[in-house]
Design a protein around this ligand. Sequence first.
Ligand SMILES: NC(=O)c1ccc[n+]([C@@H]2O[C@H](COP(=O)([O-])OP(=O)(O)OC[C@H]3O[C@@H](n4cnc5c(N)ncnc54)[C@H](OP(=O)(O)O)[C@@H]3O)[C@@H](O)[C@H]2O)c1
Length: 313
Amino acid sequence: MEKGKILLALTGIHPQRWHELLSAEREVVLEPNGADDPSITYAVVWKQKPNLLKSLPNLRAIFSIGAGVDHIFADPGLPDVPIVKVVADNLTQHMVEYVVWRVLDHHRQASLYRAQQQKKIWHEPPQRVAGDVSVGIMGLGSLGRAAASALLSLGFAVNGWSRSERGMKGVSTYAGEAGLIPFLNATDILVVLLPLTPQTQGIVNYGLLKELHRRNGLGGAVLINAGRGRLQKDADILRALDDGTLKEASLDVFEVEPLPKTSPLWSHPKVFVTPHAAATSDPAHLVPIMLRQIAAFERGEKLENLVDREAGY
Ligand SMILES: NC(=O)c1ccc[n+]([C@@H]2O[C@H](COP(=O)([O-])OP(=O)(O)OC[C@H]3O[C@@H](n4cnc5c(N)ncnc54)[C@H](OP(=O)(O)O)[C@@H]3O)[C@@H](O)[C@H]2O)c1
């Protein structure tokens, strides 16, 4: 059987490296030859153009180059074929490093030491140990679970919240709407690793932040969002920081990206900004996984890490 072509449809990401690596095994095109090009059997996408995939008659699967798939569902003409999301050790490791880095930075009062250093102040503030601080992870999926393990090994008390019941040794787990408030009430540092879906959009709002536990030695609740920007309300985070509901925030994602130069988040003294860089999709690690999956699929095996279309992630 003739191998079909891969359509590489990336917006805002340079396709060259992805193209080179995919081309090692398959023919790759950047545009279909007409809206109903029969030669394309797979699509590798990031924010594909609306309706691009709609009428490709032989499309067998869509591969997201990111762990999030909200960019795929934004297409009103999405065909009914399996969608595969990224699960890769390399990407997970990047995210674990980001979460541990940000949690420790807040826990060890880095902003205070930076301010003291600027003024040449030699002063040792009281410092709690990790076991006195609870980190709550919203989204106990492949990234959330890996981050939870790393935080547990550092001695933090770890909570996790997911849609369905997810047991995890050493982690206090909560699920669904009924579990949300108890989860927040038990959490000092909130780490958001949720997917963006109609159910989660705007979930990180002022009311939610108000529910965080803030009676610990951190001096206030802390927000870390490395999920998606539209999970949060930027204005609510600013309000919470300004009235003391939040002590500090580390934000990797924003409602509008790139973060507009006019956003007050850029210069807010209590906010640490990174440009959606927590966990990069590295083609050198992800392309071999995609090519292996395609080969296995063509041998009759099942695709792994499939998106649940109804759940939207
Ligand atoms: N900033 C970056 O650089 C970067 C990089 C990669 C990924 N991300 C983001 O990280 C997200 C998570 O990735 P992942 O691979 O860990 O995803 P995943 O394996 O699909 O896990 C998603 C988790 O969120 C939970 N969840 C989904 N909808 C929910 C809801 N309505 N209420 C409660 N919990 C809900 C799921 O619950 P169940 O366990 O019950 O299914 C699951 O635990 C991605 O979707 C992406 O947006 C960001």
